[in-house]
Design a protein around this ligand. Sequence first.
Ligand code: FAD
Length: 386
Amino acid sequence: MEHEIPESLALMLETVRRFVKQDLEPISKQVEDEDRIPDNIVQTMRDLGLFGLSIPEQYGGLGIGVLGECMVYEELSRANACFRTRIGTNNGIGSQGIVIDGTEEQKGHYLPRLASGEWIGVFALTEPEAGSDAANIQTTAEKRGDFWMLNGRKHFITNGDIADLATVFAVTNKTEKAKGGITAFLVEKTFPGFYVGAIERKMGMRGSHTCELLFDDCQVPAENVIGGLSMVGKGFKTAMKVLDKGRLTMGASALGSAQRLLELSLDYARQRVQFGRPIGEFQAIQFMLADMATQIYAGRRMLYHAATLRDRKGTAVVKEASMVKLFCTEMANRIADMAVQIHGGMGYMKDFPVERFYRDLRLTRIYEGTSEIQRLVIARELLKGK
Ligand SMILES: Cc1cc2nc3c(=O)[nH]c(=O)nc-3n(C[C@H](O)[C@H](O)[C@H](O)COP(=O)(O)OP(=O)(O)OC[C@H]3O[C@@H](n4cnc5c(N)ncnc54)[C@H](O)[C@@H]3O)c2cc1C
Protein backbone atom coordinates (compact mmCIF):
# COMPACT_ATOMS: atom_id res chain seq x y z
CA MET A 1 0.00 0.00 0.00
CA GLU A 2 1.47 3.34 -1.05
CA HIS A 3 0.69 6.55 0.80
CA GLU A 4 -0.59 9.29 -1.43
CA ILE A 5 0.12 12.91 -0.62
CA PRO A 6 -2.53 15.25 -2.01
CA GLU A 7 -1.29 18.52 -3.48
CA SER A 8 -2.82 20.58 -0.66
CA LEU A 9 -0.90 18.52 1.91
CA ALA A 10 2.32 18.81 -0.09
CA LEU A 11 1.93 22.62 -0.07
CA MET A 12 1.21 22.61 3.66
CA LEU A 13 4.32 20.52 4.34
CA GLU A 14 6.40 22.90 2.25
CA THR A 15 5.17 25.83 4.38
CA VAL A 16 5.78 23.96 7.63
CA ARG A 17 9.31 22.98 6.54
CA ARG A 18 10.08 26.64 5.83
CA PHE A 19 8.63 27.70 9.20
CA VAL A 20 10.73 25.06 11.00
CA LYS A 21 13.93 26.02 9.22
CA GLN A 22 13.53 29.80 9.38
CA ASP A 23 11.70 30.32 12.69
CA LEU A 24 11.82 27.24 14.92
CA GLU A 25 15.31 25.76 14.57
CA PRO A 26 17.03 29.12 15.34
CA ILE A 27 15.06 29.58 18.60
CA SER A 28 15.13 25.99 19.88
CA LYS A 29 17.93 26.73 22.32
CA GLN A 30 16.24 29.92 23.52
CA VAL A 31 13.04 27.94 24.17
CA GLU A 32 15.07 25.37 26.12
CA ASP A 33 16.83 28.07 28.18
CA GLU A 34 13.69 30.13 28.88
CA ASP A 35 11.30 27.16 29.18
CA ARG A 36 8.69 28.96 27.07
CA ILE A 37 7.68 29.37 23.44
CA PRO A 38 7.61 33.07 22.41
CA ASP A 39 4.11 34.50 21.80
CA ASN A 40 4.87 35.51 18.20
CA ILE A 41 5.73 31.89 17.37
CA VAL A 42 2.47 30.65 18.92
CA GLN A 43 0.63 33.27 16.87
CA THR A 44 2.30 32.06 13.65
CA MET A 45 1.25 28.52 14.57
CA ARG A 46 -2.34 29.79 14.84
CA ASP A 47 -2.05 31.65 11.52
CA LEU A 48 -0.82 28.50 9.78
CA GLY A 49 -3.80 26.56 11.11
CA LEU A 50 -1.58 24.16 13.07
CA PHE A 51 -3.92 23.97 16.07
CA GLY A 52 -6.67 22.51 13.90
CA LEU A 53 -4.82 19.99 11.71
CA SER A 54 -7.02 17.07 12.77
CA ILE A 55 -10.27 18.95 13.37
CA PRO A 56 -12.83 18.55 10.56
CA GLU A 57 -13.14 21.49 8.17
CA GLN A 58 -16.80 22.04 9.05
CA TYR A 59 -15.65 22.99 12.58
CA GLY A 60 -12.90 25.34 11.43
CA GLY A 61 -9.99 22.90 11.23
CA LEU A 62 -7.92 21.68 8.28
CA GLY A 63 -8.99 18.03 8.58
CA ILE A 64 -5.82 16.84 6.87
CA GLY A 65 -6.05 13.24 8.09
CA VAL A 66 -3.75 11.21 10.30
CA LEU A 67 -0.98 10.74 7.71
CA GLY A 68 -0.84 14.49 7.10
CA GLU A 69 -0.84 15.23 10.82
CA CYS A 70 2.00 12.74 11.35
CA MET A 71 4.05 14.36 8.59
CA VAL A 72 3.61 17.82 10.12
CA TYR A 73 4.69 16.49 13.54
CA GLU A 74 7.79 14.94 12.02
CA GLU A 75 8.80 18.37 10.72
CA LEU A 76 8.10 20.26 13.97
CA SER A 77 9.96 17.68 16.07
CA ARG A 78 13.08 18.17 13.96
CA ALA A 79 13.48 21.48 15.79
CA ASN A 80 12.17 20.78 19.29
CA ALA A 81 9.39 18.39 20.29
CA CYS A 82 7.85 21.03 22.56
CA PHE A 83 6.53 22.81 19.42
CA ARG A 84 4.62 19.65 18.56
CA THR A 85 3.34 19.40 22.11
CA ARG A 86 1.99 22.95 22.05
CA ILE A 87 -0.36 22.13 19.18
CA GLY A 88 -0.52 18.42 19.96
CA THR A 89 -3.15 18.45 22.69
CA ASN A 90 -5.56 20.57 20.56
CA ASN A 91 -5.19 18.17 17.64
CA GLY A 92 -5.04 15.02 19.71
CA ILE A 93 -5.95 14.09 23.25
CA GLY A 94 -7.53 17.48 24.05
CA SER A 95 -10.03 17.48 21.16
CA GLN A 96 -10.50 13.95 19.89
CA GLY A 97 -12.93 12.94 22.62
CA ILE A 98 -15.29 15.59 21.19
CA VAL A 99 -14.50 14.73 17.55
CA ILE A 100 -15.09 11.00 18.10
CA ASP A 101 -17.91 10.88 20.67
CA GLY A 102 -19.16 14.47 21.19
CA THR A 103 -22.68 15.70 20.49
CA GLU A 104 -23.33 18.06 17.60
CA GLU A 105 -23.71 20.95 20.09
CA GLN A 106 -20.40 20.13 21.77
CA LYS A 107 -18.64 19.94 18.40
CA GLY A 108 -20.12 23.23 17.22
CA HIS A 109 -19.34 25.00 20.49
CA TYR A 110 -15.83 23.79 21.30
CA LEU A 111 -14.07 22.58 18.14
CA PRO A 112 -13.83 25.95 16.34
CA ARG A 113 -12.19 27.48 19.44
CA LEU A 114 -9.68 24.62 19.61
CA ALA A 115 -9.04 24.61 15.86
CA SER A 116 -8.14 28.30 15.83
CA GLY A 117 -5.87 27.96 18.85
CA GLU A 118 -7.94 30.57 20.72
CA TRP A 119 -8.47 27.88 23.37
CA ILE A 120 -6.09 25.17 24.56
CA GLY A 121 -7.63 21.76 25.12
CA VAL A 122 -6.08 19.12 27.39
CA PHE A 123 -6.72 15.52 28.44
CA ALA A 124 -6.89 14.68 32.14
CA LEU A 125 -6.87 10.95 32.81
CA THR A 126 -3.72 10.20 34.84
CA GLU A 127 -3.75 10.41 38.65
CA PRO A 128 -1.12 9.67 41.29
CA GLU A 129 -2.59 6.17 41.84
CA ALA A 130 -3.67 5.53 38.25
CA GLY A 131 -1.08 5.71 35.44
CA SER A 132 -0.83 2.57 33.29
CA ASP A 133 -3.76 1.23 35.31
CA ALA A 134 -5.95 4.11 34.14
CA ALA A 135 -9.17 2.31 35.09
CA ASN A 136 -8.19 2.79 38.74
CA ILE A 137 -8.86 6.56 38.75
CA GLN A 138 -10.22 7.95 42.02
CA THR A 139 -11.68 11.28 40.83
CA THR A 140 -15.44 11.13 41.35
CA ALA A 141 -18.43 12.85 39.77
CA GLU A 142 -21.76 12.98 41.58
CA LYS A 143 -24.99 14.20 40.00
CA ARG A 144 -26.61 17.11 41.87
CA GLY A 145 -29.56 18.58 40.01
CA ASP A 146 -28.43 20.05 36.69
CA PHE A 147 -24.74 19.68 37.58
CA TRP A 148 -22.11 17.04 38.17
CA MET A 149 -19.79 17.72 41.12
CA LEU A 150 -16.22 16.62 40.39
CA ASN A 151 -13.73 15.93 43.18
CA GLY A 152 -10.19 14.66 42.80
CA ARG A 153 -6.67 15.30 41.56
CA LYS A 154 -5.05 14.69 38.18
CA HIS A 155 -1.32 14.95 37.60
CA PHE A 156 1.18 15.09 34.70
CA ILE A 157 -1.33 16.98 32.53
CA THR A 158 0.37 18.38 29.40
CA ASN A 159 -0.49 22.06 28.78
CA GLY A 160 -2.58 21.99 31.99
CA ASP A 161 -1.27 25.40 33.08
CA ILE A 162 -2.58 27.05 29.91
CA ALA A 163 -5.73 24.93 29.51
CA ASP A 164 -9.06 26.54 28.67
CA LEU A 165 -10.88 23.22 28.33
CA ALA A 166 -10.08 19.85 29.88
CA THR A 167 -11.49 16.45 28.97
CA VAL A 168 -11.68 15.00 32.48
CA PHE A 169 -12.35 11.36 33.32
CA ALA A 170 -14.16 10.65 36.58
CA VAL A 171 -15.87 7.71 38.29
CA THR A 172 -19.65 7.87 38.17
CA ASN A 173 -20.24 4.28 39.32
CA LYS A 174 -17.68 2.77 41.71
CA THR A 175 -18.66 -0.87 41.15
CA GLU A 176 -18.60 -0.69 37.35
CA LYS A 177 -15.44 1.45 36.85
CA ALA A 178 -14.02 0.86 33.31
CA LYS A 179 -16.92 -1.43 32.41
CA GLY A 180 -19.51 1.34 32.61
CA GLY A 181 -18.62 3.53 35.57
CA ILE A 182 -16.21 6.11 34.11
CA THR A 183 -17.53 9.22 32.39
CA ALA A 184 -15.76 11.87 30.27
CA PHE A 185 -16.58 15.51 31.10
CA LEU A 186 -15.80 18.76 29.31
CA VAL A 187 -14.57 21.12 32.02
CA GLU A 188 -13.89 24.78 31.27
CA LYS A 189 -11.25 26.59 33.29
CA THR A 190 -13.85 29.10 34.50
CA PHE A 191 -16.09 26.46 36.10
CA PRO A 192 -16.23 26.93 39.89
CA GLY A 193 -13.99 24.45 41.73
CA PHE A 194 -11.42 23.98 38.90
CA TYR A 195 -7.84 24.75 39.94
CA VAL A 196 -4.41 24.47 38.31
CA GLY A 197 -1.95 22.91 40.78
CA ALA A 198 1.83 22.69 40.77
CA ILE A 199 3.81 22.70 37.54
CA GLU A 200 5.93 19.54 37.63
CA ARG A 201 9.74 19.77 37.24
CA LYS A 202 10.81 17.48 34.41
CA MET A 203 13.99 15.92 32.97
CA GLY A 204 13.38 17.58 29.61
CA MET A 205 10.74 18.86 27.19
CA ARG A 206 11.34 22.39 28.38
CA GLY A 207 8.97 24.84 26.68
CA SER A 208 6.13 22.43 27.41
CA HIS A 209 4.63 22.26 30.90
CA THR A 210 2.79 19.50 32.71
CA CYS A 211 0.92 20.10 35.91
CA GLU A 212 -1.68 19.02 38.42
CA LEU A 213 -5.34 19.81 37.89
CA LEU A 214 -7.51 19.90 41.02
CA PHE A 215 -11.28 19.54 41.30
CA ASP A 216 -12.93 20.67 44.51
CA ASP A 217 -16.70 20.40 44.20
CA CYS A 218 -16.16 21.50 40.61
CA GLN A 219 -19.54 22.26 39.03
CA VAL A 220 -19.92 20.82 35.54
CA PRO A 221 -23.23 21.34 33.70
CA ALA A 222 -25.07 18.08 32.93
CA GLU A 223 -24.83 18.76 29.17
CA ASN A 224 -21.01 18.67 29.40
CA VAL A 225 -20.80 14.88 29.52
CA ILE A 226 -19.03 13.98 26.25
CA GLY A 227 -21.72 12.52 24.00
CA GLY A 228 -24.54 13.56 26.34
CA LEU A 229 -26.68 11.57 28.79
CA SER A 230 -26.46 8.29 26.88
CA MET A 231 -22.65 8.35 27.27
CA VAL A 232 -22.65 8.46 31.09
CA GLY A 233 -20.45 5.52 32.14
CA LYS A 234 -18.88 5.09 28.69
CA GLY A 235 -15.95 7.47 29.11
CA PHE A 236 -13.26 4.81 29.41
CA LYS A 237 -13.98 3.65 25.87
CA THR A 238 -13.71 7.26 24.69
CA ALA A 239 -10.31 7.54 26.41
CA MET A 240 -9.01 4.39 24.70
CA LYS A 241 -10.17 5.58 21.26
CA VAL A 242 -8.43 8.92 21.76
CA LEU A 243 -5.17 7.29 22.88
CA ASP A 244 -5.14 4.94 19.89
CA LYS A 245 -4.71 7.81 17.45
CA GLY A 246 -2.16 9.51 19.72
CA ARG A 247 0.09 6.47 19.42
CA LEU A 248 0.63 7.13 15.72
CA THR A 249 1.33 10.83 16.17
CA MET A 250 3.72 10.10 19.04
CA GLY A 251 5.63 7.75 16.73
CA ALA A 252 5.81 10.55 14.16
CA SER A 253 7.22 13.01 16.65
CA ALA A 254 9.95 10.56 17.75
CA LEU A 255 10.75 9.87 14.10
CA GLY A 256 11.19 13.58 13.27
CA SER A 257 13.66 14.01 16.13
CA ALA A 258 15.52 10.84 15.08
CA GLN A 259 15.86 12.16 11.52
CA ARG A 260 17.36 15.43 12.78
CA LEU A 261 19.77 13.51 15.01
CA LEU A 262 20.96 11.51 12.00
CA GLU A 263 21.55 14.72 10.03
CA LEU A 264 23.43 16.34 12.94
CA SER A 265 25.53 13.18 13.28
CA LEU A 266 26.35 13.09 9.55
CA ASP A 267 27.48 16.74 9.67
CA TYR A 268 29.62 16.10 12.72
CA ALA A 269 31.13 12.91 11.26
CA ARG A 270 32.16 14.87 8.15
CA GLN A 271 33.78 17.78 9.96
CA ARG A 272 35.25 16.39 13.21
CA VAL A 273 38.86 15.36 12.63
CA GLN A 274 40.76 12.90 14.83
CA PHE A 275 43.94 11.00 14.00
CA GLY A 276 44.20 13.27 10.95
CA ARG A 277 40.92 12.10 9.37
CA PRO A 278 37.23 13.00 9.64
CA ILE A 279 35.71 10.55 12.13
CA GLY A 280 33.20 9.58 9.39
CA GLU A 281 36.07 7.61 7.80
CA PHE A 282 36.20 5.25 10.78
CA GLN A 283 34.13 2.12 10.30
CA ALA A 284 32.82 2.23 13.88
CA ILE A 285 31.18 5.60 13.17
CA GLN A 286 29.99 4.50 9.72
CA PHE A 287 28.24 1.48 11.22
CA MET A 288 26.34 3.68 13.69
CA LEU A 289 25.27 6.02 10.87
CA ALA A 290 24.15 3.05 8.77
CA ASP A 291 22.15 1.58 11.67
CA MET A 292 20.51 4.94 12.36
CA ALA A 293 19.43 5.44 8.73
CA THR A 294 18.17 1.86 8.41
CA GLN A 295 16.05 2.06 11.56
CA ILE A 296 14.60 5.43 10.54
CA TYR A 297 13.68 4.00 7.15
CA ALA A 298 11.89 1.06 8.80
CA GLY A 299 10.09 3.32 11.28
CA ARG A 300 8.95 5.74 8.59
CA ARG A 301 7.55 3.00 6.34
CA MET A 302 5.74 1.49 9.30
CA LEU A 303 4.28 4.82 10.42
CA TYR A 304 3.09 5.86 6.95
CA HIS A 305 1.57 2.44 6.35
CA ALA A 306 -0.37 2.44 9.65
CA ALA A 307 -1.46 6.09 9.28
CA THR A 308 -2.68 5.45 5.70
CA LEU A 309 -4.55 2.38 6.92
CA ARG A 310 -6.18 4.44 9.66
CA ASP A 311 -7.19 7.19 7.19
CA ARG A 312 -8.68 4.62 4.81
CA LYS A 313 -10.56 2.69 7.47
CA GLY A 314 -11.63 5.78 9.40
CA THR A 315 -11.45 3.76 12.63
CA ALA A 316 -8.83 2.62 15.12
CA VAL A 317 -5.91 0.45 14.02
CA VAL A 318 -5.15 -0.73 17.52
CA LYS A 319 -2.36 -3.26 16.96
CA GLU A 320 -0.56 -1.21 14.29
CA ALA A 321 -0.79 2.03 16.30
CA SER A 322 0.80 0.36 19.33
CA MET A 323 3.49 -1.22 17.12
CA VAL A 324 4.32 2.20 15.65
CA LYS A 325 4.56 3.86 19.06
CA LEU A 326 6.66 1.03 20.46
CA PHE A 327 9.03 0.77 17.49
CA CYS A 328 9.47 4.45 16.65
CA THR A 329 9.97 5.67 20.23
CA GLU A 330 12.38 2.86 21.19
CA MET A 331 14.22 3.34 17.88
CA ALA A 332 14.53 7.12 18.39
CA ASN A 333 15.97 6.56 21.86
CA ARG A 334 18.60 4.18 20.43
CA ILE A 335 19.41 6.78 17.79
CA ALA A 336 19.75 9.52 20.40
CA ASP A 337 22.23 7.33 22.22
CA MET A 338 24.25 6.76 19.03
CA ALA A 339 24.13 10.49 18.21
CA VAL A 340 25.63 11.34 21.61
CA GLN A 341 28.32 8.69 21.04
CA ILE A 342 29.22 10.07 17.60
CA HIS A 343 29.50 13.58 19.06
CA GLY A 344 31.77 12.32 21.86
CA GLY A 345 32.12 14.80 24.75
CA MET A 346 30.35 17.46 22.69
CA GLY A 347 27.25 15.25 22.70
CA TYR A 348 27.12 15.62 26.47
CA MET A 349 27.30 19.41 26.36
CA LYS A 350 24.28 21.68 26.55
CA ASP A 351 25.60 23.80 23.67
CA PHE A 352 24.83 20.96 21.25
CA PRO A 353 21.20 20.04 20.48
CA VAL A 354 21.85 16.28 20.72
CA GLU A 355 21.99 16.56 24.52
CA ARG A 356 18.48 18.08 24.54
CA PHE A 357 17.07 15.53 22.07
CA TYR A 358 18.52 12.72 24.23
CA ARG A 359 16.58 13.95 27.28
CA ASP A 360 13.40 14.92 25.43
CA LEU A 361 13.11 11.61 23.61
CA ARG A 362 13.22 9.64 26.85
CA LEU A 363 9.67 10.76 27.56
CA THR A 364 8.26 9.24 24.38
CA ARG A 365 8.69 5.70 25.79
CA ILE A 366 6.60 6.65 28.82
CA TYR A 367 3.65 8.88 28.05
CA GLU A 368 0.46 8.03 26.17
CA GLY A 369 1.15 4.41 27.24
CA THR A 370 4.58 3.04 28.19
CA SER A 371 6.46 0.61 25.93
CA GLU A 372 5.41 -2.22 28.26
CA ILE A 373 1.73 -1.29 27.87
CA GLN A 374 2.14 -1.15 24.06
CA ARG A 375 3.53 -4.70 24.16
CA LEU A 376 0.54 -5.82 26.24
CA VAL A 377 -1.85 -4.25 23.71
CA ILE A 378 -0.07 -5.85 20.74
CA ALA A 379 -0.03 -9.29 22.40
CA ARG A 380 -3.70 -9.00 23.38
CA GLU A 381 -4.66 -8.19 19.79
CA LEU A 382 -2.53 -11.06 18.44
CA LEU A 383 -4.11 -13.54 20.86
CA LYS A 384 -7.56 -12.32 19.78
CA GLY A 385 -6.52 -13.36 16.26
CA LYS A 386 -6.28 -9.80 14.90
C1 FAD B 1 5.68 14.71 30.77
C2 FAD B 1 4.43 13.89 30.88
C3 FAD B 1 3.27 14.33 30.27
C4 FAD B 1 2.07 13.62 30.41
N1 FAD B 1 0.91 14.11 29.88
C5 FAD B 1 -0.27 13.52 30.21
C6 FAD B 1 -1.52 14.12 29.85
O1 FAD B 1 -1.56 15.16 29.16
N2 FAD B 1 -2.67 13.55 30.27
C7 FAD B 1 -2.67 12.40 31.01
O2 FAD B 1 -3.76 11.93 31.37
N3 FAD B 1 -1.50 11.79 31.35
C8 FAD B 1 -0.32 12.33 30.98
N4 FAD B 1 0.87 11.74 31.34
C9 FAD B 1 0.84 10.50 32.08
C10 FAD B 1 1.42 9.30 31.34
O3 FAD B 1 0.54 8.85 30.35
C11 FAD B 1 1.77 8.23 32.40
O4 FAD B 1 2.92 8.71 33.08
C12 FAD B 1 2.03 6.87 31.80
O5 FAD B 1 0.85 6.31 31.28
C13 FAD B 1 2.63 5.90 32.84
O6 FAD B 1 1.95 5.95 34.05
P1 FAD B 1 2.80 6.13 35.40
O7 FAD B 1 3.69 7.29 35.22
O8 FAD B 1 1.85 6.18 36.54
O9 FAD B 1 3.69 4.85 35.51
P2 FAD B 1 3.23 3.42 36.11
O10 FAD B 1 1.95 3.01 35.54
O11 FAD B 1 3.35 3.48 37.59
O12 FAD B 1 4.37 2.47 35.53
C14 FAD B 1 5.64 2.26 36.15
C15 FAD B 1 6.34 1.13 35.40
O13 FAD B 1 5.57 -0.08 35.52
C16 FAD B 1 5.28 -0.61 34.23
N5 FAD B 1 3.98 -1.27 34.26
C17 FAD B 1 2.81 -0.81 34.77
N6 FAD B 1 1.84 -1.73 34.59
C18 FAD B 1 2.40 -2.77 33.93
C19 FAD B 1 1.93 -4.02 33.44
N7 FAD B 1 0.65 -4.39 33.57
N8 FAD B 1 2.80 -4.85 32.82
C20 FAD B 1 4.10 -4.51 32.66
N9 FAD B 1 4.61 -3.34 33.09
C21 FAD B 1 3.78 -2.48 33.71
C22 FAD B 1 5.28 0.62 33.31
O14 FAD B 1 5.44 0.25 31.96
C23 FAD B 1 6.43 1.41 33.89
O15 FAD B 1 7.64 0.87 33.39
C24 FAD B 1 2.07 12.41 31.16
C25 FAD B 1 3.27 11.94 31.73
C26 FAD B 1 4.43 12.67 31.60
C27 FAD B 1 5.68 12.15 32.28
